[in-house]
Design a protein around this ligand. Structure first.
Ligand SMILES: Nc1ncnc2c1ncn2[C@@H]1O[C@H](COP(=O)(O)OP(=O)(O)O)[C@@H](O)[C@H]1O
Ligand SMILES: [Mg+2]
Length: 310
């Protein structure tokens, strides 16, 4: 559906997107993840035909976004970062107007507007003036707009930006639902977002792709995958000395929890699981233990690991 090859976007001498390549298959929901200023919006603008690329190519369904811009754009519903909405019109009027701009007429236009309203949970808001809507509902209007010509591909630029946790949940649900019918490329700097909705994640930082994989694989391949957490009572020095001498244990970090309990993060070689050895040791030494578990890294840790500046 999307093929990006060696795409570079410069603003003057500044390189915002630096020779990136990735693909999005039909039916996939792909999270485009990166900190602020990473180059997400710049990439999406090239894909949606708003900017020409400086070099490299991007195609949508085989149509070059620059050379066959009009055709490529017909397959895309784009929700830009800051949805520009007219404030002094009603929701339905606005969407009808947008449908008209997108070349829809008569019954087709009415049907498409109706379906977009329905899909985005806006039916009961259709007569409201846009200026009276909450930010969450405005985002829905933006989404409905992107949906109107029923494009196979939706490109959504930070659709949950500036929303409160409840609004984020409902937009996320909506994206999941849209993912059943559409291919989606959704950018965000919020990790939990992507973990929940995406089949595939592309992590971008300083204009470069740092990783491209399924959320599960990204987490699996993380170094932190070999971390065990232990909560135990006893002499700290003795405990640390014994644990560090276990095979594949690299480091032991102690964090006091309450007066006599101590929790230890045990960092191990990647791909190893030291729980059994730790459990045996605890038994041998007759220490009092209250928890032992393997740390499950979150996508957030993968993200920080890949994009931190230090
Ligand atoms: N029109 C522009 N002119 C000059 N620099 C820009 C322009 N748009 C974005 N940039 C710069 O390009 C970099 C990437 O921006 P952007 O693509 O908006 O990142 P993101 O969407 O990931 O936050 C930033 O450093 C930003 O300041
Ligand atoms: Mg952006």
């Amino acid at each position: 559906m999307i093929e990006v090859k060696n795409l570079t976007k410069k603003y003057g001498r500044f390189t915002a997107v630096d020779d990136i390549s990735f693909e999005v298959g039909s039916g996939q929901v792909v999270g485009f993840l990166g900190p602020n200023g990473a180059g997400k919006t710049s990439t999406l603008r090239v894909l949606t035909g708003y900017h020409p690329p400086t070099s490299g190519t991007a195609t949508i369904n085989g149509q070059d976004v620059f050379r066959d811009s009009l055709k490529a754009r017909q397959s895309i519903g784009y929700m830009p970062e800051n949805v520009p909405l007219y404030n002094d019109v009603r929701v339905k009027e606005y969407l009808s107007f947008r449908a008209h701009l997108k070349g829809l007429r008569g019954r087709d236009a009415r049907n498409h507007v109706g379906e977009a309203l329905e899909m985005c949970g806006l039916q009961h808001m259709r007569r409201k003036m846009i200026k009276t809507l909450s930010k969450g509902y405005r985002q829905r209007v933006g989404l409905a707009d992107a949906l109107i010509n029923q494009p196979p591909l939706l490109v959504l630029d930070e659709p949950t930006n500036g929303l409160d946790p409840n609004q984020i949940r409902s937009i996320r649900k909506l994206i999941k639902r849209l993912g059943e019918k559409h291919t989606i490329l959704v950018s965000t700097h919020i990790l939990s977002e992507v973990e929940m909705v995406a089949d595939h994640v592309v992590i971008i930082d300083s204009g470069k792709i740092k990783a491209s994989d399924t959320p599960t694989n990204l987490i699996k391949n993380m170094r932190a995958a070999g971390r065990v957490e232990l909560e135990i009572r006893g002499n700290q020095e003795e405990i640390e000395a014994h644990i560090i001498s276990l095979p594949s244990v690299k480091k032991v970090i102690a964090n006091p929890t309450t007066a006599d309990w101590m929790s230890y993060s045990i960092l191990c070689d990647s791909g190893t699981d030291s729980r059994e050895r730790v459990a045996q040791l605890v038994q041998q030494r007759a220490w009092t233990i209250r928890s032992l578990h393997r740390h499950q890294p979150t996508l957030e840790e993968v993200f920080v690991e890949l994009t931190r500046q230090d």
